[in-house]
Ligand binder design. Structure first.
Ligand code: GDP
Length: 594
């Protein structure tokens, strides 16, 4: 307690919303709301600086003080990731060397994926080139007899702050900078994340094979961004590589080991077990599959662990080659089965001695979240619109996710166009990638709805959206998306409609009948066709028509339905261009429940 009775907390130079909430024992949503009322749009994984965090803390009755770190010359102050705090509690005399954990960051298209592939193919531990049978979010290679663990989280990872998480979860960041393109926005962002997480950076200056590569200019830009190359008397190692031609890979690995030697990369294999979730999903045959990285201790099948709101006893454990593992020590990536739910990427996992304790913790966490969000207002598109109309809200807030950056741009520009009228459209967050838990958190806190184009909502996001009453609307045709939003703004939005497929069929022959038009002779190949249902015609996968039947006949008789395996003659209203081989889908539009 400080003198005036308020509580005192120490804050680092920057902190994620989630961690700030944890430190104040508050809900992340509460923090996001306070940030919003101060004009800062943040999601749960976002890093906010000390000053911003202090404002939030003081609104919540805390007094703040700057956390003191021992800062080495080359590193700026930043947040100490939770796992490092745990590691710091280990008995120093029991610590042994472990493989450095490396993450590759950099601007899009600068060659991260190609570099990860090149490293994997040249140096997979044990010399089995290309011997990786499955992707588990990380792999290990060997260089001069020493192991290095690479985090291999794909670019489309389902969490927003992958770059921040990646930096936080690693010992070393390899920053890929294309020598023909130089330092770009995401390069700068990666540098900031690495610095905030106090993780040393090695630059892989990629694409040196290209005729337009300009190493000197790139080095100059790097220097301006605070990474002065060692051959320019700075202390950042810059390794020229060509990921495509697999050149410079050994030098890069050498540099990683060199940097690793300079920082203590240790853990206690017999100590407290903890690690982090790299990614997790549900697979039909295996159930919940979780990819994890062990930081400390040794993980074994039969262990009971908790990660986020999931717990379970480990049934089976595999390495990145798909081989069964009996033990996984520090810096080992593993895939495991046996958890009851899908935890979130970045969740720290801990071991418990009984399932009862593990369950109790998870229930406690779930309850805390429930209590904080029970009063959260619902945000469906219809309700939002009602508020817009009644003058309560003057803008429609959206979180937009799309499969690729290329599809985001036209969506955003059409939405902005729509928002030029009386009702504004406020796009709080737009990004390529699946809809994640943090998107829902942001939508909840800001009464927004989430729209997705060619993406899905991951399990944690769906669960969260259901609990919070946040509307997720998914589209795979851009104009449908904009049309819906436009309708919502005009008050014409119909309740969310779900498509229920009745049957499919194929066109076997086409006929022209005078005064009637074109008729398709077809066979129903699954389910059934119904005369009063909707139809869709696809040619080589592309939709060429959507509408209704004008006629449906079986052996010259008008019929109401045709079942699987039977042939029929079908006419579509206002459509005459059938072709043999066209696929027909017959479906009903139903009002979605819930
Ligand atoms: P990412 O978005 O950073 O993962 O980039 P990718 O690994 O997908 O690479 C983007 C593009 O650059 C691809 O077309 C690669 O083939 C190409 N590329 C990557 N590395 C090199 C390289 O060393 N030389 C050349 N010429 N092209 C490269």
């Amino acid at each position: 307690m400080s003198e005036n009775g308020s509580k005192l907390i120490e804050l680092p130079g920057s902190i994620t919303v989630r961690d700030l909430a944890q430190r104040m024992e508050a809900s992340p949503i509460q923090i996001i709301k306070i940030l919003m009322s101060n004009g800062v749009m943040a999601n749960i994984n976002q890093l906010i600086d000390f000053d911003t965090a202090s404002i939030v803390a003081s609104e919540m009755g805390f007094e703040t003080k700057s956390e003191v770190y021992e800062i080495t010359e080359e590193q700026e102050p930043g947040e100490m990731p939770f796992w490092r705090q745990l590691l710091a509690k280990e008995d120093a005399s029991r610590l042994v060397d472990r493989a450095p954990v490396v993450t590759i960051l950099g601007h899009v298209d600068h060659g991260k994926t190609t570099l990860l592939d090149a490293i994997r193919h040249t140096n997979v531990a044990g010399g089995e080139a290309g011997g990786i049978t499955q992707h588990i979010g990380a792999y290990q290679v060997e260089h001069k007899g020493k192991a290095i663990t690479f985090l291999d989280t794909p670019g489309h990872a389902a969490f927003t702050s992958m770059r921040s998480r990646g930096a936080q979860g690693a010992d070393i960041v390899v920053l890929v900078v294309a020598a023909n393109d130089g330092v770009m926005p995401q390069t700068r962002e990666a540098i900031a994340h690495a610095k905030a997480a106090r993780v040393p950076i090695i630059v892989a200056m990629n694409k040196i094979d290209r005729p337009d590569a300009n190493p000197d200019f790139t080095k100059k830009q790097l220097s301006e961004s605070g990474l002065v190359p060692d051959d320019w008397d700075g202390d950042t190692i810059v390794v020229p590589v060509s990921a495509k031609q697999k050149q410079g890979i050994e030098d890069l690995l050498e540099a990683i080991l060199l940097v690793a030697d300079n920082i203590d990369i240790k853990a206690n294999p017999d100590g407290k077990l903890f690690g982090t979730v790299i990614e997790a999903k549900v697979e039909r045959a295996k159930g919940v599959v979780v990819n994890m990285l062990v930081y400390n201790g040794t993980l074994e099948p039969g262990d009971i662990i908790v990660a986020g709101r999931a717990y379970g006893r480990i049934r089976a454990m595999f390495d990145f080659r798909g081989r069964k593992l009996k033990k996984a020590g520090p810096s080992t990536p593993v895939q495991l089965m046996g958890m009851n739910e899908v935890p979130s990427a970045g969740d720290i996992f801990l071991k418990f001695s009984t399932e009862r304790e593990a369950r109790a913790l998870v229930e406690e966490r779930a309850l805390a979240i429930q209590q904080h969000t029970a009063a959260a207002p619902k945000a469906t598109l219809e309700e939002l619109f009602a508020k817009v109309q009644s003058g309560e809200v003057h803008e429609l807030r959206l979180v937009v996710k799309a499969d690729v950056q290329g599809s985001l741009e036209p969506i955003i520009s059409s939405l902005n166009e729509l928002g030029k009228g009386d009702i504004k459209i406020n796009i709080l967050h737009a990004e390529a990638g699946n809809i994640s838990e943090s998107d829902i958190m942001l939508a909840t806190a800001s009464h927004a709805i989430v729209v997705g184009f060619n993406v899905q909502a991951d399990a944690a996001a769906r669960r969260n959206a259901e609990a919070e009453g946040v509307s997720i609307r998914l589209y795979n045709i851009i104009y449908r998306l904009t049309e819906d939003i436009e309708k919502a703004m005009k008050g014409l939005l119909e309740p969310e409609i779900k498509e229920n497929t009745l049957g499919t069929g194929v066109v076997l022959a086409t006929f022209k009948i005078s005064k009637v038009g074109a008729i398709a002779g077809c066979r129903v190949t699954s389910g059934e066709f119904r005369r009063n249902a909707k139809v869709r015609l696809r040619r080589e996968g592309t939709i060429v028509f959507e509408g209704e039947f004008s006629s449906l006949k079986h052996e010259k008789e008008d019929v109401r339905e045709v079942r699987n395996g039977f042939e029929c003659g079908a006419g579509f209203r206002n459509y005459n261009d059938f072709a043999v081989g066209d696929q027909i889908e017959c479906y009903l539009l139903e009002r979605a429940t819930g």
